[in-house]
Design a protein. Structure first.
Ligand code: PMP
Length: 293
């Protein structure tokens, strides 16, 4: 699904067959989850394939590297350019792009390496959470404490928390998890940000113990452009009992409706909610067809 015998990935300065790209079992990153990554999408637009917010994503990759002390020798412009090349070489128009900065050197120490490795892969990927509205469960797993790890950085090791929360929700018959922060406030999904709608306004967790989602920022901008008030404030899961609707945002997930949280089903059908309106505007924006409201 991610690659076939012709697929190329970018690896440390060259384009190589994905099937030939490998990594030592002694790699520091493999043992300690010590790597950072991005999730980016490219869309087919009337002007050709366009990577959506490439600069923001690659700036966040640099931020993540700095946050954990991984060196990254490529500029944002170089990263963007090699990604366009990768898309072209793989003949991809609509694509999900996965850059990974990691330490491939055999090294069992707990000190940051002098050099890092860069791999960029791309593949066609439909909406990560599908098109249906989701049954979401408040997870017993909390997001990591920002005093323990830099939660605003996209660090591979943090996704152990995401993976166990998501698997647990699925094992209990739900589609997705919703994680709280260490103070009991709603933070985010395992790979997405969360919004709820109440009386025509939107609410979402403030930065601090969430990933500052690029889709989250885009959706906030689209909402404000449409005259919708967006509050970035802390709220507990109990508040959601009174909410009208909710949705998740992320590069892979895009904008996806939430049907219920635990046993509580939202009163407004997602299709009639602000989330659905913003989802349509988001699709139009990324594919180059957005008309001003
Ligand atoms: N939170 C987490 C934990 C994520 O992994 C993601 C996906 N990158 C998001 C939020 C959404 O971020 P973005 O909109 O930048 O993809």
């Amino acid at each position: 699904m991610y690659f076939n015998s012709n697929t190329l990935v970018y690896l440390d300065g060259e384009f190589v067959k994905a099937a030939d790209a490998s990594c030592s079992v002694y790699a520091q990153s493999l043992h300690y989850g010590y790597s950072v990554f991005e999730g980016i999408r490219a869309y087919k637009t009337p002007d050709g394939t366009r990577i959506f917010k490439a600069e923001e994503h690659y700036e966040r990759l640099h931020f993540s590297c700095r946050a954990v002390g991984l060196p990254l020798k490529y500029s944002v412009a170089e990263l963007t350019q090699l990604t366009y090349q990768l898309l072209e070489m793989n003949n991809l128009q609509d694509a999900y792009i996965r850059p990974l900065v990691y330490a491939a050197t055999p090294n069992m120490s707990l000190t940051a390496p002098q050099e890092s490795n860069l791999m960029v892969a791309a593949w066609e990927w439909g909406k990560y959470l599908g098109d249906r509205t989701l049954r979401v469960m408040v997870s017993p797993y909390e997001r990591p404490n920002p005093k323990s790890v830099p939660v605003e950085a996209k660090v591979s090791g943090h996704y152990v928390n995401s993976t166990i929360a998501c698997s647990d929700a699925k094992a209990k018959g739900y589609d997705e998890a919703l994680l709280l922060d260490m103070n009991g406030f709603v933070a985010e999904g395992p790979g997405s940000n969360f919004f709820y709608e109440k009386d025509g306004e939107l609410y979402t967790a403030p930065p601090g113990s969430i990933l500052r989602g690029i889709t989250r920022n885009t959706v906030i901008e689209l909402a404000r452009e449409a005259g919708i008030t967006v509050h970035e404030k802390f709220f507990t899961p109990e508040v959601l009992q009174e909410a009208d609707a909710a949705f998740l945002t992320g590069t892979a997930a895009e904008v996806v409706g939430v049907q219920s949280i635990n046993a509580h089903v939202f009163k407004k059908p997602f299709e009639e909610s602000i989330g659905a309106l913003l989802g349509r505007r988001y699709s139009a924006l990324v594919t180059g067809g957005l008309v001003p409201c």
